[in-house]
Design a binder for this molecule. Structure first.
Ligand SMILES: [Zn+2]
Length: 389
């Protein structure tokens, strides 16, 4: 496919400011040429021209924390226990909704029964319309501390075995949960830093990234110091934790959409007062963690936790807006969703718009650098040079 996105404002995600009146040529799935629109030398009748006027072109978005096996909503945890055919078919639909919202790459950080691994394979084979997916298999968790469909372990050697088994079954990312789900109260965290470090060593020795679910104070202390690649959620991160993360180059994936959606459902579905209060507290904790992370120089990558919490799929714009509400410039929220995310995921051929890279692109009918909500105004989505929305 040979495409010219013509006369567009280009924000390439490399750190350069946006440039007006640019053109981007796509050939064989890759970015073939970038330059001022007036300097393009090709023959217009031989390419498919996409009008870029009054539009902004940005790299394909990356959501570093999704669960396509669940739709989110007010009873998201129960949805993970739906019958397998329902979960599987739904995952295909939700992945497509995500792609249409501009998410061309996603990390699926946990699904029952290998659904996310199968989904990732189907996406890569071009059998379904879905983002490029990096899938963790299921969650790895200490016995008794997590949902029944996680892979449980007790001793350190069993943790090593669990990680090896995940890799053998096709996981491309290791996900460890230190304690209970978002709704649980983690009275006891069976992990300590030493035990988590065993997991980090085992995953990284095999060449895999390790993401750590930490959504209570004790888990945040441990995960920030164990050298995991990313700390997910982190609503109870304190200054010392954030400094440790900056030192360890541990990325924060704040998933603020979850608390935002939870608070919405708390009122819309009329949850008990205690649950409303809890949602408010988590949202506030998450905001403080993000504000602190920016100050401490912690790398932030965007993740919505769509499906894994109350947040629904296809709403990545909301997460970017919540980041901006915490004081990030729109530009920095976009970096969290593109180049920073690509570093975390390990996708060096994606995440920026540069000659020779994979043509994953989002064309918007507004300027997200002025108002990040412009991420909702999708004019087109290209994945590997193919127009998918
Ligand atoms: Zn999650």
């Amino acid at each position: 496919m040979h495409v010219l996105i013509d006369d567009v404002q280009l924000w390439d995600g490399t750190g350069s400011p946006a440039q007006a009146r640019m053109s981007v040529e796509i050939r064989d799935g890759l970015i073939h040429w970038i330059g001022p629109a007036s300097q393009w030398q090709g023959s217009r009748p031989t390419v498919q021209i996409v009008d870029g006027r009054a539009r902004t072109l940005i790299p394909g978005l990356m959501d570093c924390h999704v669960h396509y096996s669940s739709p989110g909503g007010p009873d998201w945890i129960a949805r993970f226990s739906d019958p397998l055919p329902e979960i599987s078919i739904r995952a295909i639909e939700l992945a497509e909704a995500s792609l249409r919202s501009g998410v061309t790459t996603a990390r699926d950080v946990g699904a029952p029964q290998g659904v996310s691994i199968k989904l990732a394979h189907m996406a890569r084979a071009g059998e379904i319309n879905a983002p490029n997916i990096r899938a963790a298999g299921t969650w790895i968790a200490h016995r008794g501390s997590y949902v029944s469909f996680a892979r449980h372990f007790g001793e350190a050697h069993e943790l090593r075995d669990a990680i090896r088994m995940e890799i053998e079954e096709g996981a491309e990312l290791i996900k460890v949960a230190l304690s209970g789900w978002n709704e649980g109260n983690a009275a006891e965290v069976p992990f300590n830093e030493k035990l988590l470090s065993v997991g980090v060593e085992e995953a990284q020795r095999a060449g895999f990234k390790i993401a750590c679910h930490a959504n209570d104070p004790a888990s945040c202390r441990i995960a920030a110091r164990a050298g995991v690649d990313s700390l997910e959620h982190g609503m109870f991160l304190e200054q010392g934790d954030l400094d440790a993360m900056a030192n360890n180059k541990t990325c924060l994936v704040p998933t603020m959409s979850v608390w935002d959606a939870m608070l919405y459902y708390a009122h819309a579905v009329d949850w008990p007062e205690a649950r409303k209060k809890r949602a408010e507290g988590l949202r506030q904790g998450s905001r403080l963690a993000v504000i602190g992370a920016v100050r401490a120089g912690v790398q932030i990558a965007l993740g919505t936790d769509a499906g894994g919490g109350a947040a629904r799929h296809g709403r990545i714009a909301r997460e970017a807006e919540l980041m901006v509400e915490c004081g990030l410039e729109p530009r920095d929220a976009l970096i969290a969703a593109t180049s920073s995310a690509s570093k975390l995921i390990g996708e060096d051929q994606r995440g920026t718009i540069e000659k020779g890279k994979i043509a994953d692109l989002v064309l918007l009918d507004a300027n997200p650098l002025e108002n990040v909500g412009a991420l909702r105004l999708i004019a087109a989505v290209f994945q590997g040079g193919r127009r998918v929305a």
